[in-house]
Design a protein around this ligand. Structure first.
Ligand code: HEM
Ligand SMILES: N[C@@H](CC(=O)c1ccccc1NC=O)C(=O)O
Length: 282
């Protein structure tokens, strides 16, 4: 007969068990707030998946914003090593977001239509953290402020970002600070709130860096970190549009856009245009 053993009790080796007046795991992480923040608008089984997918994406975006903001500050101060670490982390965050589409893809059009109407006019198009990330990276379109007009605090925050040099503006400023490399004054002194337009002289400046990586190693590494990040960002956009086509076909979006047609147009956006164009010149 098998010997009867009682379940192991971790408190015998000192595991703490009394949190009546000490901070516990749930206290530290505010789990009561997070785990009671799911409010499905229907009885559909898949709506919880949809909500948690978006909430976790917003949490990762919160971290990405913090890292991009700190990286931009470090680049501004010429302190590249911490900036590299933070940009590498942002790429990994987007890799995480890219992998998360695999979970959402388990939701079929039949599943989604059971609760799509309950979403009303709400849409990811109104994600202010997503818009902030786009603005920080330099994709600055004032029309994207409009869905936030009903929230003065968010509008102010997004407008403040539009008035701040983007991550790429800071990279170009550093590029210009390098001996023997020049970025045109009209690029450096541009209206930072306007969309960035590719410039041939900036391609030439990056070309110097890529033609002699040993001499310009820090700028070379910075450029590659930015390209790496844009690569992951493009993959996020592509995964999104492919999932959308798979789930709603060519229906209009709840946000009012053409849906897939709008998202395909967004695939054309280039964040760091000269870093892609310089490759043709090498
Ligand atoms: C079945 C899943 C999804 C569908 C069918 C869907 C559909 C759409 C559509 C049609 C748009 C265009 C705007 C509109 O008219 O509504 C859009 C935009 C957007 N969605 Fe989704 N989406 C899905 C999942 C997600 C997820 C998981 C996220 C992550 C946060 C997300 C974030 C966004 C963002 C940020 C935009 C604005 C993109 C831009 O302006 O470039 N969506 N989505
Ligand atoms: N735009 C989607 C709805 C949607 O996906 C959505 C709705 C509310 C909150 C987040 C969403 N995700 C991305 O747009 C649709 O047209 O079905």
């Amino acid at each position: 007969m098998a010997k009867q053993t009682s379940p192991y009790d971790p408190s015998t080796e000192g595991a703490r068990t009394d949190f009546s007046d000490q901070m516990s795991y749930g206290d530290y992480l505010s789990l009561d707030a997070i785990l009671t923040a799911q409010h499905p608008q229907s009885d559909a089984h898949d709506e919880m998946l949809f909500i948690i997918q978006h909430q976790t994406s917003e949490l990762w975006m919160k971290l990405a914003i913090r890292e991009i903001s700190a990286a931009r500050k470090a680049i501004h101060g010429g302190d590249l090593r911490p900036a590299f670490k933070m940009l590498a982390r942002v790429s990994r965050i987007f890799e995480q977001l890219n992998n998360a589409w695999d979970v959402l893809r388990t939701m079929t059009p039949s599943d989604y239509t059971t609760f799509r109407d309950a979403l009303g006019p709400s849409s990811g198009f109104q994600s202010y953290q997503y818009r902030l990330i786009e603005f920080m990276l330099g994709n600055r379109n004032h029309a994207m402020l409009r869905p936030h007009a009903h929230r003065e605090d968010i509008t102010e925050m997004l407008k403040a970002e539009l008035a701040t040099p983007s991550l790429y503006d800071e990279a170009l400023c550093l590029l210009n600070a390098e001996d023997g490399i020049e970025v045109p004054a009209d690029v450096l002194n541009r209206d930072v709130s306007a969309p960035y337009l590719a410039d041939d002289a900036v391609i030439a400046a990056w070309q110097k860096v890529y033609s002699d990586p040993g001499k310009y190693w820090s700028l070379y590494e910075l450029a590659e970190k930015l390209v790496d990040f844009e690569d992951y960002f493009r993959r996020w956009r592509f995964n999104h549009v492919t999932t959308v086509e798979r789930v709603i076909g060519f229906k209009r979006g709840t946000g009012g856009t053409g849906g897939v047609s709008y998202l395909k147009k967004m695939l054309e956006v280039e964040l760091f245009p000269e870093l892609w164009r310089v490759r043709t010149a090498l």
